[in-house]
Design a protein around this ligand. Sequence first.
Ligand code: FES
Length: 253
Amino acid sequence: MTKILEESPILLQQPLDAHTHLLRLGARQIAREVQPGQFVHIKQISSGNSLLRHPFGVAATDLKNGTVDIIYREIGAFTRTLTTLSSNDTLSVLGPLGHGFDVTCHRALLVGGGTGLAPLLFLASLLGPQKADVLMGGRTKSELFWQNLYRPFVAKIFVTTDDGSCGTRGTVMAALPSLLTQGYDRVYTCGPSPMMQAVAGACAAQKIPCQVSLERYMACGLGACLSCTCKGREKRLKVCTDGPVFWAQEVEW
Ligand code: FES
């Protein structure tokens, strides 16, 4: 697939909670091409800053207005700098990169935590309420602003919180086993690695095909530097070009 490099103006920078932000970029060509699960590689250019590129899963696109949304959490120097940018700034955006989700399902459960819910949001918008429900986990109620973002795209929203302030108390694993008996023919998951490993194990036990979207540091995003590799069942996997989406059984956890 062709990779596109766009100089993208920031059109919107919106806080979603104390540490999470939505960034809307003008990236008309990438918006046309990107599929759910693929990512973009971003570098700041308007300040002359030569920071390396950083990967972000795409959370939404708007083809009419030619925009790409990412949702990021403020962790580390790069994302701290991102929070200071405004509509006067421009980012260099390379994409779409990697392989996205296989969407040949009839009824899917999307299982996510933290910013892992961002690429799943784009997937939900493609599948729609006829095909998708979501199970989301967070530490506490304030982290689950995601419910409002998902509402137009899914039939049911299931919630867990570590402190029991919203939904079922516990991790997503407190709710998942019983949900997996309700006729889903596919599970998609993205979030912390222990969560995805547990979700993959529960799906294997119920013989439900599961796709996982792995998150790794990616220096080049193009398969050249090997900074993103992880252990696979049959070979070492490059998350940037073999993934970031894999069938769960391809990954050695
Ligand atoms: S990021 Fe360089 S090989 Fe994957």
